[in-house]
Design a protein around this ligand. Structure first.
Ligand code: JFB
Length: 237
C-alpha cells in the first residue's frame, strides 16, 4: 500500500515511524510519503490560506496549492478528514486496507475550499471522514488514527492475525476483558474459568462477557447485531 499525506505540518507524522506502522514500512508492506503543502505555493510568503467568501470567522485554505499538490500526487483514493465527514468505523478501516494508494489531505483553519474536493472527485474517489462528534484543529491527528487502524489490518503486520477476528468492533461486539499473570493481584483474582484449560467453556465465557459488555456500554451496537448470530446459549446470557 502506498500512502501520501499532504499537510502544512509534516513533522506531525514523525510518530508514524514508530510501532507497527514503522515496522510495516520497514518490511515493505507500506510506503508513507509526507508532503508539505507549501511546496505548491508560489508567493514569497508561501501562503496557504485566505479570508472566507461570505464573511465569517477564521481563514480558509486556498484551492491553488491543493490542486497542484493533488495533480502531482494523484490519482489515488483521496481521504479528507473533516468535522462534516462520515463517522470513521472499523468497516471503513477494512475498506481502506484493501486499496493500493491512499492520499490524505490534512486541512487546517476553517477547512479546505470546497472546490478542491469537487475538482478531485472528478478524477478520483474522495472520502470525507470524521473521527467523531467533536472539533479538532485540523486533520493531522485523524490521519494518524486512520493510519493506525488501517495498517494493523494489512496482512503480515500483526503477528497473530486471528486476534483481528474477535477484537472489538470487528465481530460487531466489544471484546471480553483480558487478564495476564499474576493470577492474584491486590487481592483481585483472574476468573477461574480462564485458568481451567477448558477452551470450550472459556470461549463461551468470553462470548457471554462480550455480549454483556456490549449490551451495557454500546446498546447501539447490540441493536445492529444480526439476531441470527445470537444463538440459544447467548439468549441465556
Ligand atoms: N476528522 C476529523 C475532525 C475534525 C477536523 C478535521 C479536519 C479539519 C481541518 C480544519 N479543521 C478545523 C475546523 C474545521 C471546520 N470547522 C471547525 C474547525 C478540522 C477539523 N474535527 N473533528 C473531527 N472529528
Amino acid at each position: 500500500m502506498r500512502v501520501d499525506i499532504i499537510s502544512i505540518f509534516p513533522d506531525y507524522f514523525a510518530p508514524l515511524d514508530l510501532s507497527l506502522v514503522g515496522k510495516a514500512q520497514s518490511t515493505g508492506l507500506l510506503s508513507v510519503d509526507v508532503h508539505d503543502l507549501r511546496k505548491w505555493t508560489s508567493d514569497v510568503h508561501r501562503t496557504v490560506d485566505d479570508t472566507p467568501y461570505g464573511g465569517g470567522p477564521g481563514m480558509v485554505m486556498r484551492p491553488e496549492p491543493w490542486g497542484q499538490a493533488l495533480d502531482a500526487i494523484g490519482p489515488g483514493t483521496l481521504v479528507v478528514p473533516s468535522p462534516v465527514g462520515k463517522p470513521f468505523t472499523q468497516a471503513d478501516a477494512y475498506s481502506l486496507a484493501q486499496l493500493d494508494h491512499l492520499i490524505f489531505a490534512c486541512g487546517r483553519y476553517e477547512g479546505i475550499d470546497q472546490r478542491v474536493i469537487d475538482d478531485a472527485a472528478a478524477r478520483m474517489p474522495v472520502l470525507e471522514i470524521s473521527l467523531g462528534d467533536y472539533v479538532l484543529f485540523g486533520g493531522e491527528v485523524a490521519v494518524i488514527v486512520i493510519m493506525e487502524a488501517v495498517t494493523r489490518l494489512l496482512p503480515g503486520v500483526l503477528g497473530n492475525a486471528s486476534s483481528l477476528d474477535e477484537e472489538s468492533h470487528s465481530a460487531g461486539l466489544l471484546e471480553a476483558p483480558v487478564y495476564t499473570k499474576p493470577a492474584s493481584w491486590r487481592d483481585r483474582d483472574v476468573p477461574d474459568i480462564l485458568r481451567s484449560g477448558d477452551h470450550g467453556r472459556i470461549a463461551r465465557w468470553r462470548r457471554t462477557q462480550s455480549l454483556l459488555r456490549t449490551a451495557s456500554r454500546r446498546p447501539d451496537m447490540m441493536a445492529s447485531y444480526p439476531p441470527d448470530l445470537l444463538d440459544k446459549s447467548d439468549k441465556a446470557a
